[in-house]
Design a protein around this ligand. Structure first.
Ligand code: ATP
Ligand code: MG
Length: 355
């Protein structure tokens, strides 16, 4: 059933980082209010939101008050404790839904799900303990990557195994956490596709972007990506397949490797995605507004791109060059974080590429 939120309704967002902040700005432009739930003090999203609750995810009284104060709940990160979701879902609808969250929270469940849809993934094996490591190495071989099943982001919780002898050290890096061994995909480049699905089941995708990472962190995304027309279509079909299979409502980011044997799905994120920030200046309706439209039961925008764009993340010390960025015609998006730390995402700039 479609539940259309009226102007003045309140969206609850779990997490108060930069994604929550940009969702809140988009919601405010649509006449909607935002209530942020975030354990940390002074969250970036708090500056631009109607209300902020500062409490931990095991504070049931705070969760209950939050759930009662909102009309719909969404989130900006996928590692929300299950107990919090169990409570919140009794108080307001959660979009995207529990299946999308549960699937993407665990790399083993996620890859199994993607293969079940007939999509290509890296070869993988479950590594619950040290004993399983040998069998996994025998079936996957080197080079490979060992990743914790849960809680990984920005390349954290991963160890590369270049030769079989590296496997023991890689396993020690997991610090006892259940892991998955993935065969190394020989890709030419990495792309991602940002897709959205509305409450009516309609799907809209943005053009795929080409992503460059540095030290495990996204550095730049450019559109258009270097793809053939059929690869572009394939990316859209893959995203739509995942969205439909999960009966998804909201925006999703799907990360893909481009190889000579087709597109291989790395992972999906059940939320707005860093590699979709270019849409703020390359599309009439950006990924943040699209997500708000979807969860609010409004019609989706079509997501058409009106310009070529390069998005560059401002990470750590990049902030010291802010004056230089401001002298150019790059669109600057800052997250309001006062402390510069190495590897911390402080903002991003979007450059329209004029040809
Ligand atoms: P992020 O938060 O940036 O999405 P993450 O911690 O979720 O990162 P992944 O996306 O799985 O981790 O991996 C980070 C990067 O490592 C990928 O973008 C890719 O460059 C590389 N990588 C991951 N898995 C593989 C693989 N199986 N083969 C080759 N490269 C890989
Ligand atoms: Mg990734």
């Amino acid at each position: 059933m479609i539940k259309t939120l009226p102007v003045g309704a309140t969206i609850g967002i779990l997490g108060g980082g930069q994604l929550g902040r940009m969702l809140a700005v988009a919601a405010s432009r649509l006449g909607l209010r935002v209530h942020i739930f975030e354990p940390g003090a002074n969250p970036p999203a708090g500056d631009v939101s109607h209300r902020v609750t500062t409490a931990s995810y095991d504070d049931h009284a705070a969760l209950t008050a939050f759930g009662r104060s909102v009309d719909v709940i969404t989130y900006e990160f996928e590692n929300i404790p299950t107990s919090a979701l169990d409570l919140l879902e009794t108080l307001a609808p959660i979009h995207p839904g529990r299946q999308a969250l549960a699937t993407s929270q665990d790399r083993l469940t996620e890859k199994t799900f993607l293969q079940g849809l007939g999509l290509q993934t890296a070869p993988f094996a479950d590594v619950p303990d040290a004993i399983a490591l040998g069998a996994a190495m025998d079936s996957i071989g080197a080079p490979a990557i060992l990743k914790t099943r849960r809680m990984g982001y920005d390349g954290k919780g991963q160890a590369r195994i270049m030769v079989a002898a590296d496997a023991t050290a890689a396993f020690a890096d997991m610090q006892g956490a259940p892991a998955i061994l993935e065969g190394f995909v020989n890709f030419s480049h990495e792309i991602s596709i940002i897709g959205a699905r509305g409450q009516d089941g309609s799907v809209a995708c943005y053009d795929p972007g080409e992503n460059v990472h540095q030290s495990g962190i996204l550095r730049t995304t450019k559109v258009p990506a270097n793809l053939t027309a059929s690869q572009r279509t394939d990316a859209v079909l893959i995203a739509a397949r995942v969205l439909n299979a999960l009966d998804y409502v909201g925006v999703m980011g799907v990360e893909l490797f481009v190889t000579s044997t087709g597109l291989i799905v790395n992972e999906f994120a059940p939320r707005v995605h860093n590699s979709g920030h270019w849409t703020q200046n390359g599309c009439h309706i950006c990924q943040f507004e699209q997500h708000i439209r979807a969860i609010a039961g409004w019609p989706l925008g079509d997501g058409s791109r009106h310009a070529d764009v390069t998005m560059e993340n401002l990470i750590g010390d990049d902030m010291n060059k802010l004056v230089e960025y401001a002298k150019t015609d790059a669109a600057i998006h800052l997250y309001g974080k006062s402390d510069i730390k190495p590897g911390r995402k402080m903002g991003h700039v979007n450059r329209i590429v004029r040809t």
